[in-house]
Each structure stands twice: as structure tokens, then as C-alpha cells.
Design a protein around this ligand. Sequence first.
Ligand SMILES: C[S@@+](CC[C@H](N)C(=O)[O-])C[C@H]1O[C@@H](n2cnc3c(N)ncnc32)[C@H](O)[C@@H]1O
Length: 273
Amino acid sequence: MTDNLKTAFDANRRLWDERVAIHRRDETGFYRVESFLAGKDVLYPIEASEIGDVRGLRIAHLQCHFGMDSICLARRGANVTGLDFSPPAVAEARKLAQQTGTHVRFVEGDVHDARDLLEGEFDMVYSTWGTIVWLPDVAAWARVVASLLKPGGSLYFADCHPMMLCMNMVDGRITLRTDWRTPRGRPMVETGETTYTGDQGADLPSYEWIHPIADMLNAFVGAGLRLDWIREHTRLTWPYFPNMLRDADDMYRLPEDHLQLPLALSLRATLRR
Ligand SMILES: C[S@@+](CC[C@H](N)C(=O)[O-])C[C@H]1O[C@@H](n2cnc3c(N)ncnc32)[C@H](O)[C@@H]1O
């Protein structure tokens, strides 16, 4: 790893370490922690309707944050291992698993080292809502995913749409803000007083990369994964643009009378037998 990438990963880890307690406190209600503790399944309708029956599946949940989605997958009957590079995230995830009486293994480590850190092969790799934007090389990530899967096993991926990430809102208009692809060695550096949940705090720099869909698909081909399907969605799990409205499913969309653009994408890709 180059010095620049190490600086970026170290900064991102500091940011995520800070965000764990903020998100766990959940003052804005974004993470729906109270309902989750009361037993609610907090997977969003996109993934809930697309993952199918996970009972009995071995699932590797990469970049699991403080583990709520991992626990929801386990509550659905899967045998789940969550991985994240943030020590406070893993500690909080283990606490939540204990508190909810759910069996999930949580492993601390960089996603790039997942093959060495996780035992065995998996039926599914699960990666959702804010993952590859933290990684400089989507082809390297796809190779890690493939290395974790058993032949015939699948990646389930859902995240924000790369086209949306190129834009922001200026004077009430959605406008291009950056190139459509972020070079590996020149991440976007962002700062903000609030996190995507609206909570105050963790005003630290983040280093992020936009990966176009073509790069993702070529990464899958290169790693021996076959695309089963890909979908684009006009709603997202957080209010990326300030005029987005929250719907009954706790997702956010642009007003109906606004021109629509894809805000999220989801896909399944399967390791060839
Ligand atoms: C937006 S969160 C993941 C989304 C998750 N679905 C959620 O909302 O709970 C991003 C996670 O990626 C983790 N992360 C970022 N870069 C990583 C890396 N290189 N290796 C492992 N975890 C990483 C962060 O610690 C953070 O927990």
C-alpha cells in the first residue's frame, strides 16, 4: 500500500471510530436502534425484497459498521460473520449481538484482508449502503469477494448510485460537482459537521472514491463473477440532497415533481462453478 493510501485509510478509520458512538446513540433516529432492539428487522425494503431466503446460508457481511444488519440477517436464520476495520464498531456490534441474544461472529480487520481473516467459504457476501466508496480499487475488492465465495455463491450488493455521487445541490439545483470516476491515488476529501444521519459530530476528513458502473462490472468479470441482475432505484437510505423526502419505509426520494435520477443500485453476482 502506498503512503497516500495508508494516510487515507488511517483517516477514514479515525472518522468511523468517532462515528460509532454517535450512530449508536441515534439521536436523530436514523438508525432506528430502539426499534431494532425491540426486535424490528431494519433491513430496507430494497435488500429485504432482493436477498431471498437466507436461512442456513453462511454470509460474510463486509464493512458491517456496528452490526445491526448482520444481526438482522442472523435473525432471518443465516450464519453470519461481520467484518469491519473499526475497533469500536466491532466492540459495539458484539455488545448488540449479546444484548439481542443473537449469534454472530464479528471480526476486526481491513476488508482487503478478509480472505485471511475469515474462515471457510461463504454462500453469500453481503455489502450494502456505503461500502465501496471507502475503497480505492473496485477490482481488488471484487477479487476479495470472489475469494470468499464458494462456487455458485453470490455477492449481494446495494449502494448509492455512482451517478448521484458526482452531483450536489447548488442554489436549489442538482449540479455536477466532480468527475464521474475518482483516480485511485487522488481520493475526494470531504469534511462535514454532521454525518449522513444528520447527527452532529465527527468533523474529520474522509477520503472517498466514486466507482462507475462499468468499472464495477469489469471488476466482477475479472474476478470470475457472473452478473445475475442489476437494478437502479429512485430512492436511497439517506437524504443525500437536502430536498429529499423521507417515505413510509424510512427511505429518501426526490420530490415527485422533480426530475428523477437513479439514487441507488443493487445487484447480484455469482461465482462461476
Ligand atoms: C456506511 S458504513 C456501512 C454501512 C452499513 N450498512 C451501515 O449503515 O450500518 C461503512 C463501514 O465501512 C467500514 N470501512 C471503511 N473502510 C473499510 C476498510 N478498508 N475495511 C473494513 N471496513 C471499512 C467503516 O468502519 C464503516 O463501519
